[in-house]
Write a protein that binds this ligand. Sequence first.
Ligand code: ADP
Ligand code: ASP
Ligand code: MG
Length: 395
Amino acid sequence: MKKPLIVQKFGGTSVGSIERIHTVAKHIINAKNDGNQVVVVVSAMSGETNRLMDLAKQVDSVPTARELDVLLSAGEQVSMALLAMTLNKLGYPARSLTGAQAGIVTDNVHNDATIKQIDTQLIDELLAEDHIVVVAGFQGINEKGDITTLGRGGSDTSAVTLAGALQADECQIFTDVDGIYTCDPRVVANAKKLEVIDFPSMEEMARKGAKVLHLPSVQYAWQHNVPLRVLSTFDTNPGSLVKGEECQDAVCGIALQRDMRLISIEKESLESLKKQCLMLGIHLWNVIEHAEWVDVVLKEDAYSKLELVFKDKIRNSGSVSLLTAVGLHVEGLVEQSCALLSEVAIDVIHVSINPQSLTLVVEPESVDKAANVLHEHYITSAKAIDCLEKHAFWG
Ligand code: ADP
Ligand code: ASP
Ligand code: MG
């Protein structure tokens, strides 16, 4: 009988030291001893990708995209080798594979590539020989044979796509929190852990900045029915399961996106800005048209690329953060949200309404406080009222 197959992914903090790599090895060995085949995906050790990025920026503020991928992919190679060595030393045969060796083929978009297909032949052979396979996350190879990377946080997507290609029984994303919360628990201390979150809500949370899962990983798991769980490397909680298509009626979560920039340009420059962004692969988060000018919100790192060629057209620019309430029917909450924030002297610079979310643009220094205010009102108190009503109804 075929053994069950699990893909386990360990993020940067989880492989951040030799001691932590031992903890990771224990999880893998437990899964193996339970009778599973195990494929592991690892990120670079914590801080390593930032360190490499910083080195590149010391050479060039906008480094050559191809070379940046060669550099950044080195981070994951360090952790995959250290983990495979650890497993071998503990008596569990393991082999580490780069993205290319693992057959992960992407498109040609350096720094933000999309996985096109995975040729699992080598992984299948290694599993058949009873090896644990350790794959470098975040990287692949394009059709020219060049190394590509999948965008920051992309190891989640490596893991989920491998799980899909291998028809794994579950994809487990091990990280430094014990599941998916109603807001980043490092920002909102009383955020609630969700045992289950539906795919549409998780997709919107990830799109709007909840970095606990990389957006394409959620989209792939949804499209390909990959059972997806987020859990902690450092305890034994079952974590959170992403499952189902039915989204919540009320606000189910709040996402934060930092490192954003708001720029103002003349109205007649909008079309050429859009063309430029298309050419450079830059996503515009918000475009707000005023009578004579247009405000555009984009990521800080995208702005640095754009600034080089578009400098003269930019009237004004400043750092901002985005705060998004995710849930159905949030369009009715605009006035109330602005009033709640105004009570604590937080200005809302812009508001944008999407079918499943409401985004507020605020100053970077007020985003944490704003998240706490909205979470308290729309989630903590709303749940308390909900609970009281149920008790009253049932006596
Ligand atoms: P890893 O290195 O394991 O991939 P990440 O830093 O990418 O970890 O993602 C985990 C982090 O995501 C957590 O430490 C937490 O601060 C943040 N986070 C943001 N939003 C949420 C959320 N809604 N639920 C849980 N964690 C969240
Ligand atoms: N090491 C990469 C990053 O820091 C990929 C990942 O961790 O998922 O973004
Ligand atoms: Mg991550």
